[in-house]
Design a protein around this ligand. Sequence first.
Ligand code: ATR
Length: 283
Amino acid sequence: MTRTRYAVFGQPVAHSLSPRIHAAFADTTGIALEYTAIEASPDEFSEVLETFAAQGGAGGNVTLPHKEAAVALCTTLSERARRAGAVNTLVRTAEGRWHGDNTDGAGLVRDLTGRHRLDLRGRRVLLLGAGGAARGVAPALLDAGVQQMVVVNRTPARADALVDALGEPARVIARYWDDLRELGDFELIVNATAAARGDGSGFSLPLSLVNSMTTAVDLNYGEAAIPFLAWARASQCRNRADGLGMLVEQAAESFALWHGVRPQTDPVYAMLRERDVLLVTAD
Ligand code: ATR
């Protein structure tokens, strides 16, 4: 049987769980495929992608730091990728071009509403960060019916740019990090920063952000999610989630785009969660 080729592109990418997730989906759906992790620096990314296509690559996932660069390499974009200004899923078209999509936001919303049973409608959301990860999830959170989204980023200009791009000034506003104390409380706080990926230093946010319903979700998983979730626990946030559920859900969305079949996600999520100790120490 011919195994169609898929891959995740990033740097670093060796730690990526995507090959394991897609192999598990392939097993349960009976679809034969090969899915590998391909390391590419920003300088190499375009060439590496073309080589992959020339060798029969049918689709790919894009992770750090290429999500925004991937936009320029696509001939067509889905509406959600265009709004996000970031691509996490590539589909090779019959014409031999790349179509770019972004399944991150749908993955987050599915994790929150399905797995964690949250109703996002009418909620106030604090989005921390304005980089690729934040851009990927913001449109889907708006589409899920949140009442207001406040974007706070270390570099204010990037928060302004994200808010401008979202184009809903009545619902989405940018604020400074120094203003966090004056923003009131939120039912959902999303950490889309890479703060803990660097020196792993602690996360300190005002307690005033938290109310009796607050869910805190970190788009990171493993070690990188520890500081924010430790803050959320100390602040008595009602629910806390790392990015593992979103990772599995965005992968399922990508899988469905490529193969026309939506795989079951709970078994794969449970399998990865069982190895949580490993995730925290090794991934
Ligand atoms: P990603 O694709 O993961 O979003 P990115 O585009 O490099 O990566 O964005 C990283 C995000 O984490 C940005 O919002 C960044 O803030 P700046 O725009 O000010 O750089 C944020 N970030 C990184 N390190 C941080 C830190 N130590 N404290 C707060 N925010 C941080």
